[in-house]
Design a protein around this ligand. Structure first.
Ligand code: JF5
Length: 256
């Protein structure tokens, strides 16, 4: 996968050189190019923003630098053999970023992230590129950041860990919370590891029993308990046809 990021704070994307994404790059799974938008300005102050038409607070990012930078980024990628790019625009007014969207994006060959600062980018930029490539606006949550760079780090990490050969054991994202399936969006229950006792606290007996059926049952019950507590909305969305008798018992205990 090729990733391009266009930003006025390239240093903000340094974390893409470490840990998971860093390993994926080292293994050639990811080809990351960070571009400083100010290199596509031509005035002495490297201006990338201006006051909003219609008035109002804050500033808007100008069309010129974005157009010139995206044209060159697309040309570079095509020249390098990349194809069917998706421009991903982090914004509070975007489509909610979910594990499902992470999976969708992880199957694309080329993502171009355009994190905005200020009040956003002049709408004509994405109107222009929508005629040429797929453009999706994505929200990582209902809050406003000073810029989209942190959202790029979040989206990139969620996507990179799904790339084959990036995570240690390919299995570990199969049973992720939110992974598709009948128990699609139950939250993960508690996890434990050695030592068997710590500050007088032991391990739930069932986990030491070696009885895989009981362990699986206990984990689902704990997942129901935590989901009912923290994300009742996800219980509503569960595909109830995937529930067995004990699931329904557990849900009635939890007041469902
Ligand atoms: O603040 C965000 O992006 C930066 C941004 C982009 C456009 C206008 C204001 C701020 C954001 C919040 N959830 N997902 C993204």
């Amino acid at each position: 996968m090729r990733l391009d990021v266009v930003t006025i704070f390239p240093e903000y994307l340094e974390p893409l050189n470490v840990s998971l994404v860093g390993k994926a790059r080292a293994r050639g799974r990811l080809d990351v190019h960070v571009h400083d938008l100010r290199e596509w300005t031509h005035d002495r102050h490297n201006t990338v923003d201006d006051t909003p038409y219609g008035g109002g607070p804050g500033m808007v990012m100008k069309t010129g630098p974005w157009g010139d930078c995206l044209d060159e980024t697309l040309a570079d990628g095509y020249e390098a053999g990349a194809h069917s790019p998706v421009i991903v625009v982090p914004t509070p007014s975007g489509r909610p970023f979910t594990q499902e969207l992470a999976v969708e994006l992880s199957e694309r060959p080329w993502l171009i992230f355009t994190p905005a600062r200020y009040e956003g980018i002049d709408r004509r930029v994405m109107d222009e590129y929508t005629t040429r490539v797929r453009v999706i606006e994505v929200s990582i949550g209902d809050y406003v950041l000073a810029g989209g760079e942190a959202a790029v780090l979040v989206i990139t990490e969620a996507v990179a860990r799904l790339l084959p050969g990036v995570l240690g054991n390919a299995e570990s994202h199969r049973d992720d919370s939110f992974a598709p399936g009948a128990m699609a969006s139950l939250l993960e229950g508690p996890v434990y590891t050695k030592p068997p006792e710590w500050r007088g606290r032991g391990i739930p007996e069932v986990l030491l029993s070696g009885h895989h059926g009981k362990i699986a049952r206990w984990r689902r019950d704990e997942a129901f308990r935590r989901t009912a507590l923290n994300r009742p909305d996800l219980i509503e969305r569960c595909d109830a046809s995937g529930f067995d008798k004990k699931d329904r018992e557990m849900l009635s205990i939890l007041g469902w």
